[in-house]
Design a protein around this ligand. Structure first.
Ligand SMILES: NC(=O)c1ccc[n+]([C@@H]2O[C@H](COP(=O)([O-])OP(=O)(O)OC[C@H]3O[C@@H](n4cnc5c(N)ncnc54)[C@H](OP(=O)(O)O)[C@@H]3O)[C@@H](O)[C@H]2O)c1
Length: 296
């Protein structure tokens, strides 16, 4: 399934901390569940647990059938560096986007993931020192060599996406940004409009606010929960409040990256998401509940 058609993506960032997904057989069961439910894409990054999540993916592949491995699509990212035992010599958080770094990180991710090609490779964060020609050229070379099938960006502003695209070397097919009712900047800062205009996929990280939806004790979280609890009874089968938020994202054409490490939860979220046709007034009600103000 193409990225454009994907109803959702599974994000593996928390996989090693989840009961279901911390081992290779468990991770493989999650992947099988994703594939059975139409979620063919899994999101990684070189920094997730210093590469250990990608390595877990690689180990899990041997527990999948050849047909499952053939259908699975992988996203990974590079560019973020932070002080950790897995990044020797790094003394402070910073970003890198030079060609040598990209080539090195793609090779390392391919080896850990146990795949010959990464289906979508993202620049994880905008590097203020980025030399656009060099970085875009490196991405083009990686596509040419077959190590990556396509490229995109993450947390890039509209102007930063324009800079990469207008280099003429590559066409980023996705921008992965934080989007949820709690964090809806993309609706007004041009990222959503740009994705539509350029036929890019806007991928939403932390679609549920990274669990704030359930545990947040702030006013916006409480208002949103109250709103969603009342709303769910208006939908057939009374879906979970999480699925309503995912449907809110889908309603505007944004693709959520599901962060759960629970197989049962992922299965429920995906099947409920498929069944929800979100009413336009409900969509605005969710926005207003999170913002705490009415739209003008
Ligand atoms: N590009 C970037 O800069 C960037 C940054 C952050 C993340 N990401 C990507 O985005 C993905 C998703 O981000 P996220 O993990 O923050 O997403 P999220 O879906 O907003 O949050 C996931 C968290 O919510 C909990 N949760 C989900 N459903 C729940 C429910 N019904 N009840 C209680 N808790 C529930 C999960 O716990 P359980 O596991 O127990 O369900 C997990 O701790 C990541 O995996 C990563 O791939 C990208």
């Amino acid at each position: 399934m193409s990225l454009q058609e994907a109803p959702a993506i599974w994000g593996a960032m928390r996989a090693r901390h989840g009961q279901d997904t911390a081992t290779a057989p468990g991770f493989a069961r999650m992947i099988s569940t994703c594939l059975d439910n139409g979620v063919d894409w899994v999101d990684h990054a070189d920094i997730y647990d210093d590469g250990a999540v990608e390595a877990l993916h690689g180990q899990a592949l041997q527990h999948l059938t050849a047909s499952e491995r053939g259908r699975l699509r992988v996203i990974s990212k590079c560019g973020v560096r932070f002080a950790s035992p897995g990044q020797p010599g790094v003394r402070l958080h910073h970003y890198r986007s030079d060609a040598a770094w990209l080539h090195q990180q793609v090779d390392a991710s391919l080896a850990r993931l146990g795949v010959e090609q990464i289906d979508l490779y993202l620049l994880h964060r905008p590097d203020y020192l980025m030399q656009v020609e060099e970085t875009a050229g490196a991405l083009a070379d990686l596509i040419e060599s077959g190590k990556i099938a396509a490229c995109g960006v993450s947390n890039f502003s509209v102007h930063q996406v324009d800079a990469v695209t207008e280099s003429g070397r590559v066409h980023p097919i996705a921008n992965q940004v934080e989007v949820s009712p709690f964090h809806a900047d993309a609706l007004d800062n041009g990222q959503l409009d740009q994705a539509r205009r350029r036929a890019m996929v806007l991928l939403a990280w932390s679609p549920l606010g990274g669990s704030r939806l359930f545990v947040g004790d702030d006013a916006a979280s409480r208002r949103l929960r109250t709103c969603l609890e009342a709303m769910r009874t208006r939908y057939s089968g009374a879906p979970g409040i999480d699925s309503l938020v995912l449907a809110w994202l889908r309603r505007m054409g944004v693709t959520p990256i599901l962060g759960t490490a629970s197989i049962e939860r992922l299965q429920r979220q995906v099947s409920e998401l498929a069944a929800i046709e979100m009413d336009v007034q409900d969509w605005y009600e969710i926005l207003e509940a999170a913002r705490g103000i009415r739209v003008p």
